[in-house]
Write a protein that binds this ligand. Structure first.
Ligand code: B12
Length: 434
């Protein structure tokens, strides 16, 4: 049988039961530069191991949990601690004097194998950290580190795996070599992607298998083959991943496409392929969203289109999908929609909301033409106008006389929901419509 970390605790308890001591958060076991007076086996709790560079920069080597051995490398090399070890969560530690440690290594092959295994593991961790620093950006590093923390300190809960140790943004920053602002932004992004949830200092990860599926889905949008994104979307839904989380992964794929396009790593042709992958996957997610919220009845009608001269329709499709999922009836006019066509649709369908999307700086001015055309046709007071798309802003919405703007699909749905819960006089929901 392979010696495990549990063997190390068992062996330490068997030989040195009287050496178990409780420690509180903030207790320092040893400082960088101290001589090795004790080695420690962690029976319970968490200990942060970090060092300070000559330039005064702090680097955390890890937050170690039960079964880990502290100080062995320092003991074997020159007897001086290369890092500081600080308790960050109440802990029970077994302190072992070096001579006792050496004696047991000589006598007990099982113990000695467990120690070697720990040292090998440490070496591997350092190696993969070095790789991460060279190849991964801060968000990817953060994700890897959270997965490792969940592996070492994770508690299974109904919502996923909770990292069972209280860590601050500063702790995380030291672990992945990033400042606090970066950590906050990366955590927000991981939350948006649906990979983690936070409550105060509690961090809960979705199952790692789900993360892998979402990563594959995102990558399939960026550079997959035909049908690959759809396959991964099907798999995500079949595995019970939240459809909105699945949708966010598709969106992350398109963001990555944009990033690569901006860097000249992809051309318009590649973008076309990615858009096609996204469009193949969208109906699968839409069906799942609808299935989940099947009980909703229509709370309002929306006429939606991408303005004249603009053929970008993925954003519009996503907003439409979420609107439908929340119980709105959406009449999708498609792309490259003229002002006249919008006005005609408002006349015919009498919607609560007219929604417009534009992604090009040049086409966003079409939105103004539509508002003016509505005024010209005497329909402006009958409908609320909502605009969105990357090139638009709240200020632009005010300037052209639109009633509202939303930055993303979720914001658009919330705004539509608010409007339809509180209809304007003259609007269909207020009793004067058809
Ligand atoms: C995919 C894409 C294409 C595809 C479109 C395929 C399709 N079927 O849609 C193709 C290759 C055809 C294309 C063509 C062009 N594109 Co293009 N394209 C993109 C790209 C990479 C992604 C857009 C996308 O789908 N994003 C994913 C969706 C989900 O995001 P979204 O559209 O922003 O929507 C979200 C929000 O904005 C919001 N939203 C959107 N609409 C609405 C509406 C309402 C009411 C609400 C509330 C919210 C809302 O909710 C959505 C979800 O959260 C963007 C880059 C970018 N950062 O946007 C460039 C981009 C938009 N394209 C650009 C350009 C320049 C072009 C071309 C002129 C390129 C060319 N040289 O030929 C042509 C123009 C074609 C035309 N006449 O429309 C520029 C626009 C620059 C500008 N400011 O004017 C961008 C920003 C790329 C860049 N960085 O330069 N493009």
């Amino acid at each position: 049988m392979q010696p495990t970390d549990a063997n190390l605790i068992d062996a330490a308890l068997e030989h040195w039961p009287q050496r178990v001591r409780p420690y509180q958060r903030g207790n320092v076991l040893y400082w960088q530069g101290d001589p090795v007076e004790n080695l420690f086996v962690i029976q319970e709790g968490a200990v942060k191991v970090s060092s300070v560079s000559s330039a005064g920069k702090i680097c955390s080597h890890g937050i170690l949990g039960a079964g880990r051995l502290l100080g062995a490398t320092d003991y074997f090399l020159d007897g001086i601690h290369e890092a500081t070890a600080e308790v960050i969560d109440r802990a029970l530690l077994i302190a072992i004097p070096p001579s006792d440690f050496q004696g047991l290594i000589a006598r007990d092959p099982g113990f000695s194998a467990a120690v070697m295994r720990q040292l090998a593991r440490e070496a591997r961790v350092h190696f993969s950290r070095a790789q991460e620093l060279s190849f991964l950006d801060a968000q990817q590093r953060l994700k890897q580190r959270l997965i490792q923390l969940a592996d070492e300190h994770g508690l299974k809960t109904d919502e996923g795996i909770e990292i069972g140790v209280s860590i601050t943004h500063k702790d995380i920053g030291e672990l992945i070599n990033a400042n606090r602002t970066t950590i906050t932004l990366c955590l927000q992004e991981l939350k948006k992607l649906g990979y983690i949830r936070t409550q105060g200092r509690r961090i809960i990860l979705i199952p790692i298998g789900h993360m892998n599926i979402l990563d594959q889905l995102c990558e399939a949008v960026v550079s997959g083959g035909i049908g690959e994104a759809a396959d991964w979307a099907n798999r995500a839904i079949a595995e019970g991943i939240d459809p909105v989380t699945t949708l966010n992964s598709l969106l992350a794929g398109m963001k990555e496409v944009d990033r690569r396009f901006a860097q000249g790593l992809m051309d318009v042709n590649d973008i076309m392929w990615s858009s096609m992958h996204m469009k193949e996957a969208l109906p699968i997610v839409e069906a799942a969203v609808r299935h989940r919220d099947i009980s909703l009845s229509h709370i309002g009608r929306v006429v939606f289109g991408t303005v004249h001269g603009d053929i970008h329709d993925i954003g519009k499709t996503m907003v439409t999908m979420l609107l439908r999922a929340r119980g709105f009836e959406v009449i999708d006019l498609g792309v490259d929609v003229s002002a006249g066509r919008f006005v005609e649709a408002v006349e015919v369908y009498r919607p609560h909301i007219l929604a417009m999307s534009a992604l090009l700086t040049t086409t966003q001015l079409q939105m103004k033409s539509v508002v003016e055309a509505l005024e010209g046709a005497g329909l402006r007071d009958r409908v609320r106008v909502m605009i969105g798309g990357t090139s638009t802003t709240p200020r632009f919405a005010r300037e052209i006389g639109a009633d509202g703007y939303a930055h993303d699909a979720r914001g658009g749905v919330e705004l539509a929901w608010r409007w339809c819960s509180n209809p304007k006089v003259g609007e269909p929901g207020a009793g004067s419509g058809p």
